[in-house]
Design a protein around this ligand. Structure first.
Ligand SMILES: [Zn+2]
Length: 215
């Protein structure tokens, strides 16, 4: 009898959610941070639970650490990600032990995990990344690699728009971000690099705050 009931629940779309990350806010924002991290930035971060379909076709729940002023944008974009069944590998904060295992402070580039906040410099630059301020997110990095000349991050990753989970200029997920005022790294070819995993947004009210951290 119980087995029949469980089968009916699955058929009705009640398959249990797969939890990829279940940190509390303190663990996600304050644990496993590199030296030099700024409490003034961490104080502005929030932990946003998000749901998405994985490459296994099942509904997953993960978490995004993001600047509080972008939390609602993240919820809206993940609604598009779910509605279009754009598959996402995992969405796990870099402070999570699973990500720390791959590189201390979550700084390993060799991952396909989607994440937003990480305290680090911009690739190839001497100033903080937009990720360090909680104002950028990278989606499915291994399928949407950063490429500059011979450098690809994650190492060895290749870009093939025909593969599910890959972002293109006309993809509803890219259009969804752009409608909310986010910039997409896939448009940065004129700067000598492309970064299709990357989205960022500086709300007008934060322009001076961002300039202070990135001067
Ligand atoms: Zn990025």
């Amino acid at each position: 009898m119980h087995i029949i009931l469980v089968c009916l629940l699955f058929a009705a779309g009640c398959a249990p959610v797969v939890f990829d990350s279940r940190l509390n806010a303190s663990q996600a924002i304050w644990d496993n941070q590199p030296p030099g991290v700024a409490a003034e930035v961490q104080d502005r971060l929030v932990l946003v639970p998000v749901r998405y379909y994985g490459f296994d076709g099942r509904l997953h729940q993960g978490q995004v650490v993001i600047h509080r002023d972008l939390a609602q944008d993240i919820r809206m974009v993940f609604a598009v990600i779910r509605a279009t069944r754009f598959p996402v590998e995992s969405v796990i904060p870099v402070a999570h032990p699973l990500i720390q295992e791959q590189g201390v402070y979550g700084l390993s580039p060799d991952t396909n995990n989607t994440s937003a906040y990480v305290w680090r410099f911009a690739v190839g630059e001497n100033r903080l990344s937009m990720h360090a301020l909680g104002l950028a997110i990278d989606i499915n990095p291994r399928l949407n690699p950063y490429v500059r000349g011979d450098l690809a991050l994650p190492p060895g990753a290749t870009y093939d728009p025909a593969v599910a989970g890959t972002l293109t200029a006309d993809h509803p997920v890219v259009l969804g971000f752009r409608r909310l005022g986010w910039k997409w790294g896939g448009h940065w070819g004129s700067r000598g690099r492309v970064d299709p995993m990357h989205f960022q947004k500086i709300p007008r009210s934060l322009a001076a705050w961002v300039a202070k951290w990135r001067e």
